[in-house]
Design a protein around this ligand. Structure first.
Ligand code: AMP
Length: 279
């Protein structure tokens, strides 16, 4: 697996991979890789001839009081895992390569980015959309794969690719979960043993709410119960639990398909997100 940090070298390497009409899948990550990331890589291998993974902890998607400096970083471990999966190329630029002095353009997907995590983390999705559009232009892959774990992010990237006519297919990959149901996340590493045990309250509350809403329960009541269950389970606060149109992310007061339950909650200093389809 090649590890590349220079844009000109990246372009040459991707052109070489594409020779003979071969296709390339891009999997953007911030590293601290787990089985969730690796499931995206495996999907990439199924749908394209070569997989390129990007590893970039993007400063512009972190707020001033968020965990940019503390975000777990271990490139050697990540690279070894990706090499084992047969990844062709790891694109791991420095911050100065991604954002040279004077960088002043950003992308805002206004409608989809305002609510939920966008409300709790101002500027977060502008940082995501901007860096992902740069990754698309840098790598020029045929397809990019994102996890359903970050449902709002996936919706935003799909909309951005459509609005800006990016010549790339966007694929969503199912959420990889631990045995007890907690969605895998690089931020789970921040949890103490006690917090990790309590964190299962988040997927459990969503499961119960999805079942209730799918069986005709009142939406507001089901959401209020989920919120109470998350706090009773040991979380310190709930940013939101909402029923949303799965595509437009419009909040739904009455159940109609396709719908998705979206949630974010804080346990200690760690903020966890999760989501679930309602059938
Ligand atoms: P991150 O490194 O957290 O920015 O995540 C990189 C990509 O991996 C994003 O598309 C995430 O949605 C995806 N991802 C993270 N955790 C999971 C998971 N548990 N299951 C599926 N995809 C995931």
């Amino acid at each position: 697996m090649q590890i590349i940090r220079d844009i000109a070298m990246l372009r040459r390497a991707v052109s070489a991979l594409k020779q003979g009409g071969k296709s390339v899948a891009l999997v953007p990550t911030m590293g601290a890789l787990h089985e969730g990331h690796l499931s995206l890589v495996r999907m990439g291998k199924r749908v394209a001839d070569h997989v390129v993974v990007s590893l970039f902890v993007n400063p512009t998607q972190f707020g001033p009081n968020e965990d940019f400096a503390a975000y777990p970083r271990d490139e050697a471990r990540d690279a070894a895992l990706l090499a084992q999966e047969g990844v062709a190329l790891l694109w791991a630029p420095e911050v100065a390569t991604m954002y040279p002095a004077g960088h002043s353009t950003h992308i805002e997907v206004a409608e989809l980015g305002a609510d939920y995590c966008g409300a709790a983390r101002p500027g977060h999705f502008d940082g995501v959309a901007t860096v992902v559009s740069k990754l698309f232009n840098q790598v020029r892959a045929d397809v990019a794969i994102f996890g359903e774990k970050d449902w709002q992010q996936l919706a935003i990237i799909r909309r951005m690719a459509r609005d800006l006519d990016f010549a790339i297919d966007i694929l969503g990959a199912p959420i990889a979960r631990d045995a007890d149901g907690l969605a895998l996340s690089s931020r789970n590493a921040y949890l103490s043993e006690e917090q990790r045990a309590a964190a299962v309250a988040l997927p459990n509350a969503l499961k119960a709410a999805a079942k209730a809403i799918g069986s005709g329960a009142d939406v507001a009541e089901a959401l209020a119960r989920a919120e109470a269950d998350i706090v009773a389970g040991g979380f310190d606060g709930v940013d939101y639990v909402a029923l949303a149109d799965a595509d437009s992310l419009e909040r739904l007061g009455l159940f109609r398909k396709p719908a998705r339950l979206l949630a974010a909650a804080r346990i200690g200093k760690t903020r966890l997100i999760d989501n679930l389809a309602v059938d």
